[in-house]
Ligand binder design. Sequence first.
Ligand code: UDP
Length: 402
Amino acid sequence: MMAPMFLEKYEELVETEVIEEIKTLAGELKGVSLQHINSTAVGGGVAEILKTLVPLMEEVGLNVQWTVMEGDEEFFQVTKTFHNAFHGQPVNITQEMFEIYREVNRRNFRLIDPDVDFVIIHDQQPLGLVQAREGNQGRWIWYCHIDPTGVLEKLWNFMRPLAARFDAAIYHLPEYVKGVARREYVMPPAIDPLSEKNRPVTEEEKKAVLKKLGIDEDKPIILQVSRFDRLKDPVGVIEVYRLVKRNYSCQLVLAGGEASDDPEGIQVLREVLKTAGDDPDIHVLALDPKSDLEINVLQQSAAVVVQKSVREGFGLTATEALWKGRPVVTTGVGGLGRQVIHGKTGLVTTTTEDMASAVERLLADRAYAAILGAAGKEHVRSNFILPVYLRSWLRLLRDLHR
Ligand code: UDP
């Protein structure tokens, strides 16, 4: 009886109805097979979601595979450009890029299991695999993890006919719905409160990790955790820190790692290091993918967590920080706006100067910071926590399986 035992661990965190409904739905869906396909095994939100979701789906009795598509540097340059274009950035899209995209997707057709009940394609990199669905009996689902509202027309004209071949599309927020697949669902992601990244940590663990990372545990930490991506504005975070630093003793930690489908990371990391200069209170950490405990400790140790994204599909880094009861300051774009509600679960700002003032306010008023943090934690507990997410998935699969 794997499933009930496994679910028991969450019983204190969610309402009994959630657990009961999961058990019922899991019973109806027992043995249903699924193949998740995405473009990287580590780094970024999609890998993070799959890392938690895949074992969980297996635990409740589904038959699950996770396949990472194969691509070379050239392909990931193209899909990174597409990613930026999806987020409305004014990038140049060429015919040659479409050809590279189609060709690499074609080479990956062999990775598709023709016998599964559901093929779930994550984001746009493997969207072209749908061209192989002929003769495949399973249902195809496209899970769009980014904010597609400002997608450049040239790219959408190319992607739309692909997306239109899906039985269903899933988006993180209602305003993202493109109305392109046969059925469309809204399903924001979630974090696992029991994972290494989100579990409670002891004081000893905290001390040991901070020491290892060379961070002074007594100086207030301003933290942003993110891949080194311009859309996360890490250079802007340094500007925020410099404004705050004029009035408060503090240190900045920018923690990020690599994602194999993001070739721009190295270049952005270089820009960040250059901007940081030789300030001993700026810690730019290029972490390896197995750094869940390190990220956990950083998030639990931060005086203020910022997320200065220019665009954001959902922003799991904010979810993780809120869950740890941290005061969070964001730009409120995309999914960040759902999580950080100004004056309730954190603070929302638009400019660098405003963000600096918000950080200063939270450094000065620790009681207010704690109130926001507690409300943020409760907001995550009721909306963006793993069992709630699993229930949404099972409801959706049952809906499509009938
Ligand atoms: N993350 C990580 N290591 C890093 C940077 C990020 O494990 O060095 C994780 C982070 O904790 C979060 C996810 O990657 O779980 C990022 O997801 P988010 O939705 O915030 O952004 P995305 O990278 O998908 O744009």
